[in-house]
Design a protein around this ligand. Sequence first.
Ligand code: G1P
Length: 289
Amino acid sequence: MKVRKAVVTAAGWGTRFLPATKAQPKEMLPVVDKPLIQYIVEEAVASGIQQIIVVTALGKRAIEDHFDRSFDLESALRAKGNLSKLKEIKRVSEMGEISYIRQKEQLGLGHAILITENLVGGEPFAVFLPDDLIQSDVPAMAQMVEVFNRYQASVVAVERVPKEATSAYGIVAAEPVGERVFKVTGLVEKPSPEAAPSNLAIVGRYILTPEIFQALHQTGRGKGNEIQLTDGLQLLLKQQPIYAYEFTGKRHDAGTPLGLLKASVEIALSRSDIGPEFSAYLKDVVRWL
Ligand code: G1P
């Protein structure tokens, strides 16, 4: 079956970005001149996924406004003759077919996925966590779709992390079965380095079969007293195979201020409009360090 739908989880508090996130969603923080969530929606669309379900929460309305049309802004830009920005904001409002559902309680990633059960229906779907921003030639999710098509089973994106960092990620135990592809034999959420079965960490891109919902219904509270997707996947593994895919590209942890800053620097450097001038500026700054 084709992957036609994506779930984007955007319901977290954004505590690490306070006070910036006191009155705005963290997913609306900009990397250069685009909010984080726009990069995610662009990756979904570039991966052939048009139907996008965003899990939001209280205080997240700016996300809906961002992808909506703004006739006032459009006519103001038209009147000023700023046609390039006009084109850009119209493009944003025409991106994908987006629906929204609210997570009314902060019960974890597994719960955020679970509430999309009826919207997703009985088909495989992609999951994006906007904290992970991935720069790559072929969009990371497009690479995952290719792996899904080959194996017709759930796929989690993974990346190797230093052993001392395992307690920040879901970690998989897995055996290599092909180029960058592993067959998962176990998953554990945020293990200590001593308990981690490997250094293959789950990154915020998944393709899940619809049976995950049944598994999540049965998943009790795990780490942080929340319903963890990793624990749901561990249950799913008892029924069907799961694969891990080591994507190509550069992942930025945009879920922390330092990570967002690094992402901003690298994405700015890669842009043809501001990259050269920014690069000259950085070289100048570095001389003083
Ligand atoms: C979540 C998942 C974790 C995964 C990570 C990827 O954790 O629970 O398994 O490795 O995303 O970014 P979070 O970072 O939201 O705490």
